[in-house]
Structures are given as structure tokens and as C-alpha cells.
Design a binder for this molecule. Structure first.
Ligand code: KIV
Length: 281
């Protein structure tokens, strides 16, 4: 049985994030599980249950491995593990692109089954109708423009955006379309610095950068990349703040050695008659 979270009284909503435009930078991280949400919640403004979970925790090659059920299960865990952060759950590929009706139905399922504060979807001009329809259904939406991992197969890789005049114009059009459709914020991923900074100046909604610009209104990283847990590819733009892979590998090495040498379990880790009557494990 999980211990109860300390209540802080107020969980941040999309409206609070929106009001942070141009103010104190908005601190965001991804989270996928209950214990990580508990650890991060006191330090962040926003927790994103990103569809990166498909790669990071489930070992899929791309985020296209994420499903609605997967996102909902992780969204529920993050909601249980947080009390203060605004929780946003990603809409996985294939659950919103076809029509505004499909997008609203999927967003309703996510919010209804997790209780999260908002959903996020990838796309700009091409997804404006979906964003507007979800917002009209009273569900706050975070946009995601620039490098869009759900388009990695179509794009032929994780390509940095904003390197040609044509692409810059398309990015600006995407950003404005997302804002006009009613999104409360927008992630700008893998976009050259001056373009991300320019878009931030043009928009009245906060921009959340990842591989973008320190001028963005907030920053986000994938938690496993940030703490050095990611097994496969770590993008160039990540700053690693810890090396948990080494910590876990060393712990596993010591444990294996102690089990093989019969050093573990020791006296403190076993039960004897003298330990007491109805003690718990
Ligand atoms: O899925 C994800 O983790 C994301 C972030 C990288 C923004 O979309």
C-alpha cells in the first residue's frame, strides 16, 4: 500500500503555466512512474508523461510504440505520485491525427482516466483543427513543434529544424497556428537557437524548449536522459546531471558478489524466533 503524499493544497493548472509567460522560467521534466513523480514533484512546475516512455521504459525503437492504454497507465501512476505539478499526458501517434472527433475522444479518455491537467500533441498548422476541438471540449492542450519524434520515420531521422528560410517560415506558421487554436503552451524541440528565441518573442503563450533556446519560457528534458539512465541514444542537447546507470550497475555487481559469497542475506535481513511475535517484513 502506497503512503499518502504530503498535500501542498494547490496543484498547478494549465492556466497557471500560461500566466508564467515571460516570467520565472517554467521547470518541466518527463515522468512515467509513481516513485519518480514523487521525487520530482517538489522541484518542478510541470510533469510530462511523454510518449518517450515507449522508448525509455518499454524498449521500443521510436515513440510510435506508445499506445493510449500505455499512456493512461503511466499517467495514472504519475498523478498518484504528484500533488503539486501540472501533469500533461502525451497523445500517442495514431490517436488524434485522423479527425477532430478522434482527437477529442482520445483526449477525453486520457483526462477522464488519469485526472491529468492537460494533453500534448505534435503538429502545427496540420493539427490546428484537432487542438481547437480539444480546447473547445474544455481540455487544455500543449502543442509540440519543431522536431517531432512521431514523424521520425517520415523525416528520415531526428533532424534539427530551422536551418532553411522555408523551414523557418513553416515553424513560425506552426507556432502561430498552435497559439491561435488555443494551446496554453508549446514545446519547441530540436530547433536552432535564434529561431526558437524568435518564436518565443512572437507568441503570447509560453514556449518550452528542448534542444532549443535558453530564451524559451521554460525547459524540459527526458528524466532518464537527465539522470544518466538512458541505455541507448541520448540526444546531443541533453545535459546529464547524474550518472545513475553506474550507480545501479555497481549496486548490482556488489549484490551479485555478496549472494554468490553467501554474505547476503546477513543477520539483519533474516527473521528468527527471537525477533518478536507478529512483526512485519
Ligand atoms: O515524449 C516526450 O518525452 C516529449 C518531450 C521530449 C518533450 O515529447
Amino acid at each position: 500500500m502506497a503512503t499518502k503524499l504530503p498535500t501542498t493544497g494547490i496543484r498547478l493548472g494549465a492556466d497557471t503555466i500560461l500566466r508564467r509567460k515571460g516570467a520565472l522560467p517554467i521547470v518541466c521534466l518527463t515522468a512515467y512512474t509513481y516513485p519518480i513523480a514523487r521525487l520530482l514533484d517538489p522541484h518542478v512546475d510541470l510533469l510530462l508523461v511523454g510518449d518517450s516512455v515507449a522508448m525509455v521504459l518499454h524498449g521500443h525503437e521510436t515513440t510510435l510504440g506508445a499506445s493510449l492504454d500505455m499512456m493512461i497507465a503511466h499517467g495514472q501512476a504519475v498523478m498518484r505520485g504528484s500533488a503539486k505539478a501540472c501533469v500533461v499526458v502525451d497523445m500517442p501517434a495514431g490517436t488524434y491525427e485522423d479527425s477532430a472527433e478522434q482527437a477529442v475522444a482520445s483526449a477525453r479518455r486520457i483526462v477522464g482516466e488519469t485526472g491529468c491537467q492537460a494533453v500534448k500533441l505534435e503538429g502545427g498548422v496540420d493539427m490546428a483543427a484537432q487542438i481547437a476541438a480539444i480546447v473547445a471540449a474544455d481540455i487544455p492542450v500543449m502543442g509540440h513543434i519543431g522536431l517531432q519524434p512521431q514523424s521520425v520515420e517520415k523525416d528520415g531521422g531526428y533532424k534539427i529544424k530551422g536551418r532553411t528560410d522555408e523551414n523557418v517560415a513553416a515553424l513560425i506558421a506552426d507556432a502561430l497556428a498552435v497559439e491561435k487554436a488555443g494551446a496554453f503552451s508549446v514545446v519547441i524541440e530540436g530547433t536552432i537557437e535564434p529561431v526558437a528565441a524568435d518564436i518565443t518573442r512572437r507568441l503570447a503563450i509560453p514556449t518550452i524548449g528542448i534542444g532549443a533556446s535558453s530564451d524559451c519560457d521554460g525547459q524540459i528534458l527526458v528524466i532518464d536522459d537527465m539522470v544518466g539512465l538512458t541505455v541507448d541514444r541520448v540526444p546531443k542537447f541533453v545535459k546529464q546531471y547524474a550518472d545513475l546507470r553506474s550507480v545501479i550497475a555497481h549496486a548490482a555487481e556488489r549484490y551479485a558478489s555478496e549472494v554468490r559469497n553467501r554474505e547476503f542475506p546477513g543477520r539483519a535481513h533474516v527473521f528468527s524466533k527471537t525477533n518478536g511475535g507478529d512483526e512485519e517484513a
